[in-house]
Design a protein around this ligand. Structure first.
Ligand code: COD
Ligand code: ATP
Length: 200
């Protein structure tokens, strides 16, 4: 049976960057962020529930979700974030398990579940190994502000919505230090995959 790797980190620590490296090895990745965007498309159950809870003020003119507006609400209010999670997460979880099992059935040696909230949502039972991508907090803040063009306040409200990267690193089976170059990150991933006997 293939190994299921739970890939996580905290926001902007480099999960997507490492997930692209898995692509290079031909190891399939199931991306929870991507699924969470699909299950809230107009007409889907989760979309209808979000509109009924948060109102039409979080819709754009074309009726798709205004993710920035919804983000401003939920990253500044724990109760509202919990409500959104309760709507979106079950749909993401069932799709993720379906895709994971499909890869395992077709005989893949490993499959990656890229889940930002692996520890927050207590999803570690869905995976065999946990891999955390970590950077120092000042690097995280800088990369997040640069990537999203966000203010320090906006970036900090997102960072504070998650368990700290220090704590996640303590819970992980393996940690990749992504403070350095992408090449250094690649080398660490390579070593871990060899240690786990996923690569020869
Ligand atoms: C609030 C929303 C609309 C903001 O959308 P936006 O396009 O700005 O961000 P995006 O979805 O690309 O998420 C970026 C990052 O934010 C962090 N994040 C997203 N949702 C959450 C959450 N509920 N709690 C903590 N961190 C979160 C993750 O690190 C994620 O990688 C969106 O994040 C959302 O629907 N969140 C709820 C679903 C969820 O938990 N998704 C993450 C894992 S399934
Ligand atoms: N080793 C690195 N050196 C320089 N920049 C990097 C490195 N790793 C990642 N980055 C940059 O940092 C930003 C955050 O990385 P990435 O998008 O991979 O994080 P993430 O953990 O997937 O974020 P999110 O939680 O929002 O999904 C991106 O702009 C990325 O290009």
């Amino acid at each position: 049976m293939g190994v299921v790797i739970g890939l996580t980190g905290s926001i902007a620590t480099g999960k997507s960057t490492v997930s692209l490296m898995f692509d290079d090895y031909g190891i399939p990745v199931v991306d929870a962020d991507k699924l969470s965007r699909e299950v809230v498309k107009p007409g889907r159950d989760a979309y209808n529930q979000i509109v009924s809870v948060f109102g039409e003020g979080i819709l754009r003119e074309d009726h798709t979700l205004d993710r920035k507006a919804l983000g401003e609400i939920v990253f500044n209010n724990d109760e509202k974030r919990k409500q959104l999670n309760e709507i979106v997460h079950p749909a993401v979880r069932s799709e993720m398990v379906r895709e994971r099992d499909q890869y395992l059935m077709q005989g893949d040696k490993a499959v990656v579940l890229d889940i930002p909230l692996l520890f927050e949502s207590q999803l570690t039972d869905y995976v065999d190994k946990t891999l955390v991508v970590a950077v120092d907090e000042e690097v995280q803040l800088k990369r997040l502000m640069e990537r999203d063009g966000s203010t320090k306040e906006e970036a900090l409200s997102r960072i504070r919505s998650q368990i700290s990267i220090t704590e996640k690193s303590r819970m992980a089976d393996e940690v990749i230090d992504n403070n350095g170059s992408k090449k250094e990150t690649y080398d660490q991933l390579d070593a871990i995959l060899r240690k786990w006997e996923i690569l020869p």
